[in-house]
Design a protein around this ligand. Structure first.
Ligand code: ZN
Length: 233
């Protein structure tokens, strides 16, 4: 999950949908949760605290992220329509925590937890995986997709990993700065920041460009692109 930097509210919003362009400018045109790249019309202004039981937060920038329709739907199903408190600490969030230090992406499409996380972070990270259906089996995802809301994230990430591997081969054949920039700009349009970062993990010069092109929070990485602590993680 790509860590992002939202900054303060650019302006006040009379309708939450009018925050979409500002959110895309700040976060990049990808789902804040599953990292899929989307056309603007397929991204939703996502309410961290659902606007139904929390109308007082419906127009607040602090309560916005971007999500695809699948993550949006999974999250609604997971949370239900009860009023809740403490979502910030019960789950991990890309604008609060350095989520890059939490989740580990693999070539088989799985999302797992990195080693040596503290117990309460492990718990919050596992709740987060459940909330967005990141690890649903393809069969289970299919049963959801009959309702028109879901996708098979594991298979998508596996396909994406294979594609990114091709880009790595291409880059290693011509490892110039301009190629790193070109590849990173293309990558941001394809989505899945964490997969790109993992496949290029020994190429800091490419990772720097990926962080820029994807609009990841640069403060979450040191000069060598190793993730550093933010928030609780
Ligand atoms: Zn998503």
């Amino acid at each position: 999950m790509k860590p992002v930097k939202k900054g303060g509210s650019p302006r006040a919003y009379a309708a939450y949908k009018s925050a979409k362009a500002d959110l895309i400018a700040a976060l990049g045109a990808q789902c804040s949760y599953c990292e899929a790249a989307k056309d603007p019309q397929d991204l939703h202004v996502e309410h961290i605290y659902p606007k139904d039981p929390h109308p007082e937060r419906a127009l607040l920038w602090e309560n916005f992220l971007l999500s695809c329709s699948s993550c949006n739907s999974y999250k609604s199903q997971h949370l239900g329509n009860r009023r809740r408190r403490g979502l910030e600490t019960r789950y991990v969030w890309p604008h609060l925590d350095n989520t890059f230090r939490v989740f580990k992406y693999s070539s088989d499409g799985r999302v797992e937890l990195r080693a040596r996380l503290r117990e309460h972070i492990t718990k919050a990270a596992n709740f987060t995986i459940d909330m967005f259906g990141f690890m649903l089996s393809p069969q289970k995802a299919k049963s959801y997709s009959k309702k028109g809301i879901a996708f098979d994230g594991v298979s998508k990430r596996k396909e994406q990993w294979a594609q990114v591997t091709q880009f790595r081969v291409m880059y290693l054949g011509n490892p110039t700065m301009s190629n790193a920039v070109t590849i990173s700009n293309a990558a941001a349009k394809m989505g899945y920041f964490s997969i790109w970062m993992e496949v290029f993990k020994d190429r800091a010069e490419v990772r720097k460009e990926l962080i820029r092109a994807f609009k990841a929070d640069p403060d979450c990485f040191d000069g060598g692109t190793c993730p550093v602590k933010r928030g609780r993680i």
